[in-house]
Ligand binder design. Structure first.
Ligand code: GLN
Length: 584
């Protein structure tokens, strides 16, 4: 169809509603849309980001977008134990953890344009309705809501000059929440013209233990459900614990008309970072380049270089020479997803140190000074991660005190930074009733509190301080050494950029007392007395460092975040020292 003509013809008399952003050139951008069938949690983001990485390696410009079914405007208010961690982008957007997967896999910063929710889509539609933009029409799911979805995708294409936009549709086919996204993509496929939109169905191949063999029926039914929505997949990715057998792949191929070489076995791997290589081996990247007719835009020299670099990284992951155990204070029963970025940052840091990092969860709700030594026995390093509220904080302070006094490597993150300040104020500086006002609003020494005047400086009112901020590093400190070793972090300027998500901070009134007591603030706000990194001198502790920001959010596979890399190195040194032998 002549989309441009139909757009021009749109009036209150026609049924069309396809708003196009300024500068949009039909046929310029390709779209890869990934749908989940059978069940959620199959790793659509992992699949989509891996393909996107392979195309980026070939010098194609890629831009991902996650389409969330829920009505929330962002992920800021979601419980991480239910939905996984809240990932914060540099522009302050609080979004789904999948955006973290994309940033890491692509080594690319994303922005709010890369994250849409039904809430955002509906809000835009309702705002437009109030502004009279629909020319007297009754506003409908089709074409207006679907039109808004298409507009978001095309705006992203224009804004990022993407060769390929990767669209990850949240949820599972059959959900009421995401039905309009699927419909919008069906329409896109028609409007953009042949060869411009590629559909991927992610499905699950069951392997009931009682049968001991893989069964494809659920997968077939799931894909059939997708086809009923007018979406015929070009590629099918089959999730399974074990490699999907040829027989099952053939069966799925026969039932769906998808050629066998495009029915991909996405079985469990020791690390998600091994998936791009598997895809490359299976020829999936070339297949997709061909289907989208992108051959002319591909650069095979950059592709070969990127493949080699990645292989070196995954080889280090596959064959670690050492093992270290890092304790993370967090609810043992909590989903690993709530600490996804920390786990990934440790994996990156492990790769750089040729170490396999084993994570041990430490529930702090019943930890005190008497049992802390026993509870931390055997860990080579400790992380107290971010968190909100009072629960478990007394135990966290006991943990910080113990690792500080015993010389156990420590990385404090956000709340873990604040707990380190409270411990130091109480147990070193003698401020007995020191606390964070988040925990005890009436304490005598509110060393960590909400400082309205500083929030005004930041222009954020009483809200959370969110997103990327510059941090000035004090020369001659551990932080300076760590960041200087990281060529990508912009150490030349003495500034690094990190991501924040917090309300409370160190009260500047107490900074002098804490410093006199020996605490070093080695990272600060460029203009205001906001403390961003603390550390202890290496004369008194081998590795004790904490950040008000979230260093895990900026760690990338090939450029691990320096504070994590340093933690694993210090933990490794301690392990060598205590055991005499590196354990493998
Ligand atoms: N609850 C603390 C604050 O709001 C820490 C936040 C966090 O760890 N992300 O400042």
């Amino acid at each position: 169809m002549d989309l441009m003509r139909s757009v021009r013809d749109q009036t209150d008399e026609t049924e069309f509603h396809t708003p196009l952003p300024d500068g949009y050139q039909l046929g310029q951008t390709r779209y890869v849309a990934v749908f989940g069938t059978v069940m959620s949690g199959l790793g659509k983001g992992i699949f989509s980001s891996s393909v996107a990485k392979l195309l980026k390696d070939k010098s194609l410009r890629v831009s991902p977008i996650k389409l969330e079914g829920y009505l929330n405007i962002d992920s800021g208010t979601l419980n991480p134990y239910r939905h996984g961690e809240v990932f914060v982008l540099d522009d302050g957007m609080e979004c789904d953890m999948d955006l973290g997967t994309y940033e890491r896999m692509l080594d690319q910063n994303l922005s709010r344009e890369n994250f849409a929710t039904s809430g955002q889509i509906y809000r835009n539609v309702l705002d437009k309705e109030r502004a009279g933009d629909y020319l007297g029409r009754d506003v409908q799911m089709i074409p207006h809501v679907t039109g808004e979805v298409k507009l978001r995708l095309r705006e992203l294409a224009v804004k990022t000059s993407a060769d390929v936009v990767f669209v990850e549709v949240g949820g599972t086919v059959g959900d009421i929440e995401n039905a309009f996204y699927i419909e919008a993509l069906r329409e896109m496929n028609y409007e953009e013209g042949a060869g411009s939109v590629l559909f991927v169905a992610l499905t699950y191949v069951l392997r009931p233990p009682a049968l001991g063999e893989q069964k494809s029926k659920a997968a077939q039914l799931g894909i059939k459900r997708l086809m009923e929505s007018g979406v015929h997949p070009h590629v099918i990715a089959c999730r399974c614990e074990t490699p999907v057998t040829d027989k099952v792949r053939q069966k799925i191929s026969v039932y769906t008309n998808v050629p066998l070489q495009r029915v991909f076995s996405m079985h469990d791997l020791p690390s998600i970072y091994m998936l791009p290589e598997q895809m490359r081996e299976a020829g999936l990247d070339s297949e997709i380049v061909q289907l989208l007719d992108l051959g002319a835009r591909v650069n095979s020299a950059t592709d070969a270089r990127a493949a080699l670099e990645w292989q070196e990284f995954t080889a280090r992951l596959a064959r670690p020479e050492h093992e270290v155990r890092i304790g993370i204070t967090g609810k043992y029963t909590a989903l690993r997803d709530s600490y996804a970025s920390i786990i990934k940052a440790l994996e990156h840091a492990g790769g750089a140190n040729r170490a396999h990092v084993k994570v041990e969860w430490i529930d702090t709700t019943d930890i005190d000074d008497d049992n802390v030594a026993e509870r931390l026995a055997g860990v080579d390093g400790v992380i107290v991660p971010g968190g909100f509220g009072v629960r478990g904080t007394a135990g966290k302070i006991a943990v910080v005190r113990h690792v500080r006094e015993q010389g156990i490597p420590y990385l404090g993150i956000c709340l873990g930074f604040q707990m380190a300040v409270v411990d130091y104020a109480r147990n070193v500086c003698g401020l007995d009733d020191a606390d964070s006002t988040e925990i005890n609003p009436d304490c005598e020494h509110p060393v960590v509190s909400i400082l309205p005047e500083q929030k005004q400086i930041e222009g954020l009112g009483g809200n959370m301080r969110l997103g990327g901020q510059d941090v000035v590093i004090t020369p001659g400190t551990l932080a300076a050494e760590l960041f200087a070793a990281d060529a990508a972090a912009g150490e030349a300027s003495g500034r690094v950029r990190e991501r924040f998500r917090h309300r409370f901070e160190v009260d500047p009134e107490y900074v002098e007392t804490l410093e006199e007591g020996g605490l070093i603030f080695s990272g600060r706000h460029p203009e205001h007395p906001i403390m961003q990194i603390l550390e202890l001198s290496r004369d008194v502790h081998p590795y004790f460092i904490a950040a008000q920001f979230h260093p895990e959010l900026t760690s990338r596979p090939l450029t691990p975040q320096p504070m994590f890399r340093g933690l694993v190195a210090a933990a490794l040194a301690r392990r060598h020292e205590t055991t005499g032998q590196p354990a493998c």
